[in-house]
Ligand binder design. Sequence first.
Ligand code: HEM
Length: 406
Amino acid sequence: MMLEGHQQIDVPTGVPIWDVDPYDPALLTDPSRYYAELRSNGSFSFIPKYSILACGRYEVTKEVFSDWERFVSSRGVGLQDFSLEEPWRPSSIVLEVDPPFHTKTRAVIERALSLRSVSNLRDKFLEAAENLIDVLLEKRTFEAIEDLAETYSTTVFPDAVGLRDSNRRRLVDYGEMVFNALGPDNEIRRAAMAKAPDVVPWITEQCRRDQLDPEGFGAAIYSAADTGEITEEEAGLLVRSLLSAGIDTTVTALGSAIWCLANNPEQFQILKSDPSLARWAFEETLRYTSPVHSFCRTANIDTVVAGVKIAEGTKILCVLGAANLDEEHWREADKFDIERRPSDHLALGVGIHGCVGQNVARAEANAVLTAIANKVESINLAGEPVWRPNNSVHTLDTLPVTFQAK
Ligand code: HEM
C-alpha cells in the first residue's frame, strides 16, 4: 500500500516505533526537542504516520546521506518515490539523479560555479554588502529577514546567474515551493503550491538562454550545450536548479547568522575583533541552525546499516539538523561558538550530492558578515523572532533587530 507517494514498509526488527509528526508546524518551528529525542531513540526510528525511517545521529545520517549506491536520490529526496509516482515538476537533473547521469550534469554545474568564477564576484558582493549595511545602519531598527537576508540574496544572486528580470517575490516563492514539496501533502505544502500557476511559468521563462546575460553562471551552463556535453533543454533545467536551490537556502542562512550573533553578543565581540572569522561564523551558523533540516533518501536494495535491516523501497528521513547537534560528535554541541571551525557539518550535504553552490553561499555570507563586523558595534533583538514552518528548511520568518554603528 502507498502512503504519501511511497511504499509502506514493515517495522524493521529492533527499531523503536515513534508516534511523532516531523512535519508538525510546532515542531518545524522549534525542533530542538525532536532532534534530541530522535538521537536518543537510536540509529533509526520508525515513524508510522508516514511509514518511514528517520535518522539523526551524526555517523548514521552521514552514512545514509552519502552512500548514493544503496540510498539513491533518483527516487526523490522527499517523501514521494519517483519510481512509483510522477513528481510535481520534471525532476532535477542534478539533485534527483544518480551516476552516471549525475556525474555529467554535476561536472557542468560545478564548472560554472567554480571557485575561480565565484572569486571574480567577490568585490561586487562585498560592495553590495557594505552599501546595504550602511542603509540598515541609517534605519537602525529593521526586519532582518526581509530587509537584510532577502534583499541581499535576491540582489546579488540573480545578478550572478545573469537574470535580466529579477523578481524577488517570485524567486523566494519558487524556493518555498521546491522545499515544501519534499514533505507530505500538508497545509504548508498546499499553501506554497497554490502559487505555482503564477511562479512556475515565470521561472521556466527565466531559464531560457535568451533571457540570460552572457556573463553569468547561466550562460556558462549553456556553453556546455554548445560543445554537446549536454542538450539545450538540460542546460535550462540546470539553470532552474540554481534558482531552486540558491535563494531560500542562502536567505535562511544569512537570517540565521544574524539571529545567532544577536543572541550571542560575546561571539559577535570575537567576530568584530577578528573579521577574518566571518567565514567560520557562517560555518558555525550552518552547523548550529541547519538551514536544510532534512532530506530523504530511498533504499534501492535490501541492506543493513548500524545492524538494522532496511528493505528496498524504504524512505529514510535524514535529519541533518539533528546530526549537526549530536553530542557524540560535537563537544558542547548546543553552544554557538565561531571558533569551533566545524569543517565536517552536514548542513551542505556530503558526498557526490554535496552542495554545488557552496562557493557562492560562502562568498555571499562572507561579504555580509565581514561588512557587519567592520561597521556594526552591536546587534540587538528589537522584538520576538518568529520561525516559519517549512517541510525541509528551518527558517526565520521575521527577525526585528537594531544595529548600532561603530
Ligand atoms: C547556505 C546555503 C545553502 C545550503 C544550506 C545548501 C544546502 C544543500 C544541501 C544540504 C545539499 C545536498 C542535497 C542532497 O544531498 O540531497 C545541496 C545541494 C545542492 N545545492 Fe545547495 N545549499 C545552499 C546554497 C546553494 C546555492 C547558493 C546554490 C546555487 C548556486 C545551491 C545549489 C545546489 C544544487 C544544485 C545542489 C544539488 C547538487 C547535487 O545533487 O549534486 N545551493 N545544497
